[in-house]
Design a protein around this ligand. Structure first.
Ligand SMILES: [Zn+2]
Length: 127
């Protein structure tokens, strides 16, 4: 069972950005990336449309970019929910869950609506 990690591919957990530092024992998730740098070559941001009409952004590494498709939507949405659940358990240390979290169980990824390379995005922002 895996969780979404800072700067990593949301499909396979490999880095999608340079990992500059890792979390220590004093942090919430020891051993996981803490500070990230530049996007790695080929990393992309995929926009997806959700059933409730909202959109979300998915980060993928160069290896997952060409193979990501509808077969990944279910497992990825489950991973996102699992990661929110972990965040609430570890960071806010509560077992209570807000309504939006309950609603997320009946939501899902419907369709991909666009892709952009992270490098293009980051370089565009500082141009
Ligand atoms: Zn990947």
């Amino acid at each position: 069972m895996t969780f979404i990690k800072t700067g990593c591919c949301m499909r396979c957990d490999e880095p999608a950005f340079e990992i500059l530092t890792y979390q220590g024992e004093e942090d919430f998730y020891p051993g996981e990336p803490k500070k990230i740098g530049r996007p790695l070559e080929g990393s992309i941001r995929v926009g997806v449309l959700l059933l409730d009409n909202r959109r979300a952004d998915i980060t993928l590494c160069a290896a997952c970019a060409p193979v990501f498709g509808p077969q990944d939507y279910g497992p990825l949405w489950a991973k996102i929910i699992r990661s929110w659940d972990r965040e609430m358990s570890v960071i806010t240390k509560t077992s209570e869950r807000p309504q939006w979290f309950a609603d997320a169980y009946s939501n899902l990824i419907l369709a991909e609506i666009g892709r952009i390379s992270w490098k293009e995005l980051v370089d565009g922002a500082i141009r």
